[in-house]
Design a protein around this ligand. Structure first.
Ligand code: PLP
Length: 384
């Protein structure tokens, strides 16, 4: 394995040309569920794929290095990754989470709270008094999602990590919207980073997967053991595909971000658009923090369209290149209506509190030609 190289080199080349059996350049895919013993009571490095697998381990090593963590655990989905970080919570323990998080995260936390497995408080991280009040309750975990899904709000990871640690809590950052190419939360003080690798890391909308990266080797060991105990470890084929996606992570994200900036500028100047949420815009309230803690502004943005639900319907029916679908971070451009799609599992009250309106649309900007994408948006906005 490569060590101590630039992240672009780790992404492109970790594990390349290291096959000891036949000298394969691309690391082999080990689908086998089980591995031979060397003899009686003499297991080799791997014995059973739920517990460990060479293809999955190479993916874990690659992401751990990209995130500057001590190690990583590859699991079956981003949701499973968040769930795995919750194993340290006991009844009565508290987790602080953002009120505008991904709705699946909201559903997971509220469902487990309803079973009295732990307590959760959802707060607006931009509200310093609310954060102070929540930390005064001595939470065990603080979950940050920055930029948040779908409103692209920015949280100061370094500041919140310091405050959380002073209160005795460990910090988890959901880095799904940026990928380690654009943000490395462990370097800013986080204890855990989670990803839905389904998104930018795999990048091709053909694998559901997740990862937890931990800063502390003890946490890596504990989470590795729990993932095996609960059986949530990721499949070798999915790991192989995700590693293949990571090879082009930096090239994809760089290009997609450039086009997203052009899309944000175009939408900001359009009369049918009421507001644009993109941290790269100097008018975005989180712009300065994003600029300081990120290596770029990413390829996700959302906007409010004038004309309510009717306009939303006409817009999504008129686009031809942007595809109406959930998910994000792939090579193709997608449009989603959070209220009826990604955030439909949130209660209307929770959506309202988070500021997710009926006229909000979310864009994931892909690798298509910039002029084609802007033309597609212009035509669809004419139709509203
Ligand atoms: N975190 C964020 C920010 C997401 O957007 C998503 C899914 O959209 C998840 C976590 C959950 O990931 P998965 O769908 O892989 O379970």
């Amino acid at each position: 394995m490569l060590r101590n190289r630039a992240p672009q080199t780790i992404a492109a080349a970790n594990g390349i040309g290291k096959d000891s059996a036949f000298g394969a350049v691309a690391p082999p895919l080990y689908l086998s569920t089980t591995f031979t013993f060397d003899g009686f009571n003499r297991p080799r490095a791997y014995d059973y794929t739920r517990a460990g697998n060479p293809t999955r381990d190479l993916l874990a090593d690659t992401i751990a290095q990209l995130e500057a963590g001590a190690g990583a655990v590859i699991v079956a989905s981003g949701t499973a990754a968040i769930d795995l970080t919750l194993v340290c919570l006991e009844p009565g323990d508290l987790i602080v989470a953002p009120h505008d998080c991904y709705a699946g995260t909201w559903r997971l936390l509220t469902a487990r709270q309803a079973r009295r497995q732990f307590d959760v408080v959802f707060i607006d991280f931009a509200d310093a008094a609310a954060l102070e009040l929540a930390l005064a309750r001595s939470p065990k975990l603080v979950l940050i999602e920055t930029p948040s899904n779908p409103l692209m709000r920015i949280v100061d990871i370094r500041l919140v990590s310091e405050q959380a640690k002073a209160a005795g809590a460990k910090v988890i950052v959901d880095n799904t919207f940026l990928s380690p190419a654009l943000q490395q939360p462990i370097k800013l003080g986080a204890d855990f980073v989670i990803h839905s690798t389904t998104k930018f890391l795999n990048g091709h909308s053909d694998v559901i997967g997740g990862v937890v990266v931990a800063a502390d080797p003890t946490d890596v060991k504990e989470l590795t053991d729990w993932a095996n105990t609960t059986g949530v470890t990721g499949a070798p084929f999915d790991s192989y595909m995700t590693l293949r996606g990571i090879r082009t992570l930096f090239a994809r994200v760089e290009r997609q971000e450039r086009t997203a900036a052009a899309v944000a500028a175009f939408l900001s100047a359009h009369p049918a658009v009421l507001a644009v949420y993109y941290p790269g815009l100097p008018s975005h309230p989180g712009h300065a923090i994003a600029k300081a803690q990120q290596n770029g502004f990413g390829a996700m943005l959302s906007f409010e369209i004038a004309g309510g639900l009717d306009a939303v319907r006409r817009f999504v029916e008129a686009v031809e290149i942007f595809t109406l679908a959930e998910s994000l971070g792939g090579i193709e451009s997608l449009v989603a209506h959070p209220c009826t799609m990604t955030h439909a599992s949130m209660s209307p009250e929770a959506r309202h509190a988070a500021g997710i309106s009926d006229s909000l649309l979310r864009l994931s900007v892909g690798l298509e030609n910039e002029a084609d994408l802007l033309g597609d948006l212009a035509r669809a906005l004419e139709a509203v």
